[in-house]
Design a protein around this ligand. Structure first.
Ligand code: LCS
Length: 406
């Protein structure tokens, strides 16, 4: 199924399963082949020149385009209801390519304060070396975005839900503010995946993904994507990706295309587990607080219901005895794996302050709500009872007192 033929008439699961294919199969194969070729022969010199001039659409060289990578890109266009997609080597390649393509010296970025650590460091420190200024605010209150916008603001970067604090931002409200100021809105849709949230429907201009997570779903490959809602920015970003070179390899694309076919099944199961685990953790004596968008006490519960098709499979929570309690918990789990990353079929646990978000200063971390006591759980597809029992026995290893974690 090609994006341009059947935009979005079918259901989300059908789109995940059928989206993205070849114009013509070779032998009627059902799985898209891996076109493991770095370069593609031109039938004659005139055709080679026409392809380079953009007058003919044939393949040239795999840094620029490849049929297997293209099949995945088509799938993402269909899932996000977008115009075009570019698969990248990693999620960070998607983030850095999009930002470098859209910003110039003297430009200003407004960004969510609690977001994936490397994205924050990229915007705050790396882009600053090229004269790009940035302001990080709690975008769950859109008035903070309005106040942070300056005449030179070119871009508003939103992560929702945020990694790891699980804050949500009202994409429609932020997009209206940005549009009024002439700025583009870039949304990192990794935590929700297009199965649960489609930012273009709420006014975003660009979506970035770490496909390493839910879209691939098996903790066996890294990858990313930039998805666009219209032709306006396509040439600019495609050119940047060709020049910086962070493109995806065909074997990577094939694995991710295989993974995305089961995204609906995996996410339905994982979020069912997450909902039950969030309720279990909320009632546990060793847990001080729980943030999950599906709990009615989540500060943006109403936004979650409006903006997302489900509450996802990420939870963060605080434990008694602060960091020490969290360390005990992480060292005591048996079935659950102590590892960074998320979105795979297996449940993972990690400590953001000392792991994924350690590169951010303690002061900035605390301002953004990334407290020492915060534990992040990426819920997988195992049997709920096994996950509950494992968390329960590990939490019970945390000593009763003192209540230092609050
Ligand atoms: N965006 C978000 C929201 C992420 O969580 C990550 C990675 C990235 C972008 C970057 O993607 P990558 O280059 O790794 O494919 N998040 C990670 C995490 O929380 N633990 O390990 C990686």
């Amino acid at each position: 199924m090609k994006a341009r033929n059947k935009p979005c008439a079918l259901g989300k699961a059908t789109r995940a399963i059928h989206g993205g294919g070849l114009d013509n199969t070779v032998y009627g194969e059902v799985s898209v082949p891996i076109f493991q070729s770095s370069t593609f022969a031109f039938p004659n010199a005139a055709e080679g020149a026409a392809r380079f001039a953009g007058k003919s659409s044939g393949y040239i060289y795999s840094r620029m385009n490849n049929p297997t990578v293209n099949a995945l890109e088509e799938n993402l266009v269909i899932l996000e209801n977008g115009y075009s997609a570019m698969a990248t080597a990693t999620g960070m390649a998607a983030v850095s390519t999009a930002l470098l393509a859209l910003l110039e010296q003297g430009a200003h970025v407004v960004s969510t304060d609690s977001l994936y650590g490397s994205t924050r460091v990229l915007i705050e420190n790396e882009l600053a070396r090229y004269g790009v200024r940035s302001t990080f605010v709690d975008t769950s209150n859109v008035e903070n975005v309005r106040k942070a916008i300056r005449p030179e603001t070119r871009l508003v970067f939103i992560e929702t839900p945020t990694n790891p604090t699980m804050k949500l931002t009202d994409l429609r409200a932020v997009s209206e503010i940005a549009r009024g100021a002439g700025a583009k809105v870039v949304v990192d849709n990794t935590f929700a995946s297009p199965y649960l949230q489609r930012p273009f429907e709420h006014g975003a201009d660009v979506i970035v993904h770490s496909l390493t997570k839910f879209v691939n779903g098996h903790s066996d490959v890294v990858g990313g994507a930039i998805v666009l809602n219209g032709p306006e920015l396509h040439q600019k970003i495609r050119k940047a990706l060709n020049l910086y070179g962070g493109t995806m390899d065909p074997h990577q694309a094939w694995l991710i295309l295989r993974g995305v076919r089961t995204l609906p099944l995996r996410l339905e199961k994982a979020q069912e587990n997450a909902m039950k685990l969030a309720a279990f953790l909320s009632g546990h004596p060793k847990v001080t607080w729980v943030r999950y968008p599906g709990l009615p006490d989540h500060p943006q519960y109403e936004i979650a219901k409006r903006q997302m098709d489900g509450f996802g499979a990420m939870i963060c929570f605080g434990v008694k005895n602060g960091l020490e309690g969290g360390v005990t918990l992480m060292n005591s789990v048996e079935l659950i794996t102590l590892a960074v990353s998320l979105g795979g079929v297996e449940t993972l646990i990690e400590h953001p302050a000392s792991m994924t978000h350690a590169s951010i200063s303690r002061e900035e971390r605390e301002k953004a709500g990334i407290l020492d006591e915060l534990v992040r759980l990426a819920v997988g597809c195992e049997d709920f009872e096994d996950l509950r029992k494992d968390l329960d026995q590990a939490l019970n290893e945390i000593p009763q007192a003192p209540d230092a974690g609050r």
